[in-house]
Write a protein that binds this ligand. Structure first.
Ligand code: GLN
Length: 295
């Protein structure tokens, strides 16, 4: 049987679907079209790659073809893979994502890991995350520090909805209070935290144009850039944290490539000690942590 477009039919095989998608994705300039086609098909079928390799003649059910065709079209428009499939793994957790939130980056696992190490041996630690987005960092902390409690601050109501769904699904919603807030605006002056953690928008406005199209065109700009030099939210975090930290409490931040020296200088030695850096797998200073001086 000759079919012009196998996906126009109610049935098509794994090998036909892969060839169709590979051509579409290659035409859109996607770097590894066969690989991405296969990845999308594993999501469409709920099967792994080994199944695709072993069963090229398998007839794909109509509903899966429909999902796959739509997914390939979205990816061909350079929508990021993880928005198309709707979730991303972070720190071993399944995190729902949508265009309201940044897709969790592997390097941010370093921030989560470090945050966990700072409070895991404390008695009932209370932390505050500024700019929770999908909630991935708080979710990693709460899942790994069973006695921790969090306050999650986020300015975007759309992002808050995504984060709440993640906390509910992961069974940690009762251990975090989410507040709509521009940085610390909704934190009371009497509140104290053992840790403040944030992956702030640190990309300078002018560098936004140089990011790859997937990021620039689809990810929320409010989560990427401060609209200025990249340091304005970081400055607010460093200025606002000392009065909200318990004596000896920590502020731990993710920063961008080349920003660590400037950020280290922002910590006033009168308020902070033990400023330290953690390097990501590419050798970039990625996490800056400082300890509040006992007052
Ligand atoms: N690491 C992200 C990127 O380069 C930026 C995340 C952020 O600004 N916090 O796309």
């Amino acid at each position: 049987m000759v079919r012009d477009n196998p996906l126009g039919e109610s049935e098509c095989t794994v090998s036909e679907a892969l060839s169709f998608a590979e051509v579409e994705l290659a035409g859109a300039g996607i770097a590894k079209p066969r690989r991405e086609a296969a990845s999308l098909l594993t999501y469409a079928l709920g099967r792994d790659r080994a199944f695709l390799v072993a069963h090229p003649e398998f007839l794909i059910p109509a509903a899966s073809i429909e999902w796959f065709e739509d997914a390939v079209a979205r990816r061909a428009e350079r929508e990021p893979f993880h928005y198309v499939v709707g979730w991303k793994e972070f720190y071993g957790l399944r995190i729902e994502v949508s265009r309201a939130v940044l897709i969790p980056r592997p390097e941010t696992e370093l921030l989560a890991e470090h945050a966990i190490s700072l409070i895991e041996h404390q008695q009932q630690p209370v932390f505050c995350e500024v700019g929770i987005g999908s909630g991935c960092i708080s979710a990693a902390i709460l899942s790994n520090v069973p006695l921790a409690f969090g306050i999650g601050l986020e300015i975007s109501t759309e992002a808050i909805a995504v984060a709440r769904r993640n906390f509910e699904r992961l069974g940690i919603a009762s251990r975090i209070e989410v507040r709509q807030s521009d940085v610390f605006a909704s934190v009371g002056s009497g509140e104290r935290f053992d840790l403040i953690v944030s992956n702030p928008p640190y990309v300078p406005a002018l560098e936004l144009l140089q990011l790859q199209r997937e990021v620039r065109q689809y990810e929320p700009h409010i989560a990427l850039t401060d609209g200025g030099d990249g340091y304005s939210v970081i400055r607010r975090l460093i200025a606002g944290s000392p009065s909200l930290l318990s004596p000896g409490g920590y502020l731990s931040l993710e920063v961008g490539f080349g920003q660590s020296e400037t950020v280290v200088q922002m910590f006033d030695p009168a308020a902070w000690d033990d400023v330290s850096l953690n390097t990501d797998l590419q050798g970039i200073d990625r996490v800056i942590t400082a300890r509040s001086r006992a007052k």
